[in-house]
Design a protein around this ligand. Sequence first.
Ligand SMILES: Cc1cc2nc3c(=O)[nH]c(=O)nc-3n(C[C@H](O)[C@H](O)[C@H](O)COP(=O)(O)OP(=O)(O)OC[C@H]3O[C@@H](n4cnc5c(N)ncnc54)[C@H](O)[C@@H]3O)c2cc1C
Length: 434
Amino acid sequence: MDCLTEIQGKQAHDPIFIEKMNTSASWRCICVPGPLIVGAGPSGLATAACLKEKGVPSVVLERSNCIASLWQLKTYDRLRLHLPKQFCELPLMGFPTDFPTYPTKQQFVDYLEAYAREFDIKPRFNETVSQAEYDATLGFWRVKSVGVNGKGTEYVCRWLVVATGENAEAVMPEMEGMGEFGGDIWHTSLYKSGEEFRGKRVLVVGCGNSGMEVCLDLCNHNARPSLVVRDTVHVLPREMLGRSTFGLSMWLLKWLPIRFVDRLLLIVSWLMLGDTARIGLDRPRLGPLELKNLSGKTPVLDVGTLANIKSGDIKVCPSIKRLKRYAVEFVNGRTENFDAIILATGYKSNVPSWLKEREMFSEKDGYPRRPFPNGWKGESGLYAVGFTKRGLLGTSMDARRIAEDIERCWKHEAKHRMAFTRSLLQQPSSDSSS
Ligand SMILES: Cc1cc2nc3c(=O)[nH]c(=O)nc-3n(C[C@H](O)[C@H](O)[C@H](O)COP(=O)(O)OP(=O)(O)OC[C@H]3O[C@@H](n4cnc5c(N)ncnc54)[C@H](O)[C@@H]3O)c2cc1C
C-alpha cells in the first residue's frame, strides 16, 4: 500500500477530519434497491456474500481504502488468528487447505480478498457514514456518508445492515500526567513490531490477548517490557490434550455443563502453566467460559508470554497512579523509568456516533441491547452483524440469518413489484381502445 493511500485510510478513522468533512459537504442522493451494508470488514463481506448467494444485491460502504481495515491497518505484524481456522471461516467459502491451523494476518487478509472476489463484492471505499436515520414517512433509511474529498452522499434504502464492528475506535484511558510523559504513548492499533523499541523500557497497559502478545514481541526484539495488570485474568494454554483449547471446549460443552468444562480447563491449565497467581495474574472467581458468556471477557490464550513472565523477562506491575517525564508511579508507591507506553486497552463500537436510533442499539456501549443470539434484528429493516462478542463464529451466524430474513422480504416485495409491472403492461392503452 503506498504512502498516500495509507494516509487516506487513516484519515477515515479521524473524528475531527470526519466532522470537518461533514459540515463542508455538498450532498447528492442515491437510491439503493437492496440492503445497504456499513463496513467492509469480515462481517460486512460475509453478509454481502450471503445476500448475493440468495440473489439479493447490496451496496457496501467502507470508510477506509481497503477491505478489513482493522486487520490491514491496525494490527501488529506477528498477529495470527487467535482461534483455529475452522472457527474463523466466513459462510460459503472455507480457508485454503494449505493454510496452517492459525493463519497469519496476511493469510487471513488474502483469504478475505479472495472472498470478496469470489462473491464480486466491490465496496465503495473512502465513504464514512456520518449519520443514518429512519424516515417513517418514506418508510426508508436515509444514510449520509462523507468521502475524503468532502463529497457527501445520501443513500436511501429499505434495509440497513450495521457491520462497523466491536473494534471501530481505540479506547484511550485518561491517566494523570499523560501530557507530561516524555516518550511515545501508542495504542496497540499503531504498534507494528518490537523492532523500533529495541533496548527500550516499554510499559504495556492491559493484559488481554493483544497486551500479552505485544509483550512477547517486545521480548523477541530485545526490548524490556513490563505489563500493567489491573484486573483478574484467565490465561489458558492455546492447546491442551492435543487439541486447540477452544475446539476442545466447544466439543466438551456438547456433553457437559459449562461449570464442569470450566473446572476441567482450569485443572489442565494449572498442570501445564502452574499457578498464574504466583506471577501476579490472579484468576477471576468465575470460570473462563462462564465469564465469557456473562460478560464477554475473552480468556487469554498463551502463545509464550507466560514463560517470559516466569523468567523475569517481562515484569508484572500494578495499576498506574500517574505518569511523570520518563517515569511511571504505580499505586503501590513504586516509581520506574520507561521510554514508551503501549496501551493495549481495547476498542469500542462507534454506532452511537452515527446511528440515530435508540431502540436496537444501546447508547452506552454501541452494542445491540438484546443479548446473543437475538441481537441481529431490529425494527424497520435494521440489522446488526458481528456484535456478538463471539468473533468470526458469531459473524457467520448473524450474516446467514440476516440474508435469510432480507431474502424473504425481497422475494415478497419482488412479487408485488412484478405483479404491479405486469398489470401496467397488460392495461390496454387509451390509443388501442379507441
Ligand atoms: C488483534 C485482534 C485479533 C483478533 N483475532 C480474532 C480471531 O482469531 N478470531 C476471531 O474470531 N476474531 C478475532 N478478532 C475479533 C475481530 O473483531 C474479528 O475477527 C473481525 O475483525 C470482526 O469483523 P467486523 O467486520 O465485525 O469488524 P471490523 O473488522 O472492525 O470491520 C468493520 C469495518 O467497518 C468500517 N467502519 C467503521 N465505522 C464506519 C463508518 N462510520 N462508515 C463506514 N465504515 C465504517 C471499518 O473501517 C472496518 O473496516 C480479533 C480482533 C483483534 C483486534
